[in-house]
Design a protein around this ligand. Structure first.
Ligand SMILES: [Zn+2]
Length: 321
């Protein structure tokens, strides 16, 4: 079977292997429909805790199939040409890595760091160059192999809960753009708590998608209701957090938030796939002109993270002892 037809089979499986779930945050079975994406994926909002999630969603088996090589090939789901893109935008990447290192170093000068979902290991490599003892876990075989063989990093190609890691070992654990992909949070956060030192820190970052101001603006400008436009990477993203629901998710699993940060999500991704505004609407045309061409967007994007309103939610948490 050729690569491409294999890929199509997998996409087809994803569309068919769906399971119905209760609210992943509060367990209720009382949600209202926000939108249907790609003609099949229902995005719903829990009436009790207000978590937004995909329901039904791909089964665990279908999700596992998603994170093989296809994840780094399909532009609609994952990150195609990951390494080439990183090379092309290395100035932006360098800036993002530096910001991350600075933010972490303010809380822990140095030590052992684990990245859950480390992809090709580029950020870990950067931390290692800055004196950190680095470890990673990554479920995608192709990217884990690159991290191990090309960068010589200590990366295990498996989910965190299956990895062979000592108890109370890490000063810092990074989960960057990972939590929104997880089908079972308890098993993963139990593992996080197990391998984290008692005074260790979890850095949890997720995209702020549907209810973020910029996304609401884009929706309105395209003649849609806020919260109804297509979020990033459906069906890879299973949950769509706000700062509040992410905090509740961490607290539910024994991780107490002590600091909130903010960043701009997908700075590279949006250069590769610029957001589209529907010009059929007057507001859409106005937005295109003022927002994109006259630089209002640049200004707001500079300001937003400083007001904790950036499109990346970052929470710092400690384990409840
Ligand atoms: Zn709920």
């Amino acid at each position: 079977m050729t690569d491409l037809s294999m890929h199509n089979v997998k996409r087809h499986q994803l569309m068919t292997d769906l399971e119905y779930v209760r609210c992943p945050l509060c367990g209720a079975d009382d949600a209202r429909l926000l939108s249907i994406q790609k003609g099949i994926y229902r995005i719903v909002k829990c009436r009790l805790c207000r978590l937004i999630y995909l329901n039904p969603r791909p089964t665990q088996q279908a999700i596992a199939a998603l994170y093989d090589e296809a994840y780094y090939k399909d532009p609609k789901v994952g990150y195609p040409d990951y390494l080439k893109t990183h090379d092309r935008y290395r100035d932006v990447i360098a800036e993002i890595f530096k910001e991350r290192l600075q933010a972490v170093s303010q809380l822990k000068k140095t030590g052992r760091i684990l990245e859950v979902g480390c992809a090709y290991g580029l950020l870990l490599d950067f931390f290692r160059k800055n004196g950190w003892e680095t470890y990673g876990v990554e479920i995608s075989k192709s990217s884990a192999t690159y991290a191990q063989e090309e960068l010589g990093l200590n990366v295990q190609n498996m989910p965190l809960q299956d990895a062979d890691l000592p108890e109370k070992f890490f000063d810092v654990i990074l989960m960057l753009d990972v939590i929104e992909h997880l089908p079972d949070h308890k098993i993963v956060f139990d593992a996080v708590r197990r391998v984290m030192k008692d005074d260790g820190i979890l850095v949890a970052q997720v995209p702020w998608e549907l209810s973020h101001w910029e996304k609401a603006l884009l929706a309105i400008a395209s003649g849609k209701k806020p919260g109804t436009i297509e979020p990033d990477a459906v069906p890879a993203h299973l949950l769509f957090f706000t700062p509040r629901t992410l905090r509740l998710m961490l607290e539910k699993h024994g991780l107490d938030v002590f600091k909130r940060g903010s960043g701009n999500y997908g700075r590279i991704r949006e250069r590769v796939f610029p957001p589209s505004v529907d010009s059929r609407y007057l507001l859409g045309r106005v937005l295109k002109t003022i927002y994109y061409r006259l630089g209002l967007r640049r200004a707001l994007r500079w300001m937003a993270p400083r007001l904790k309103q950036g499109s990346g939610i970052i929470l710092y948490a400690k384990k409840r002892l």
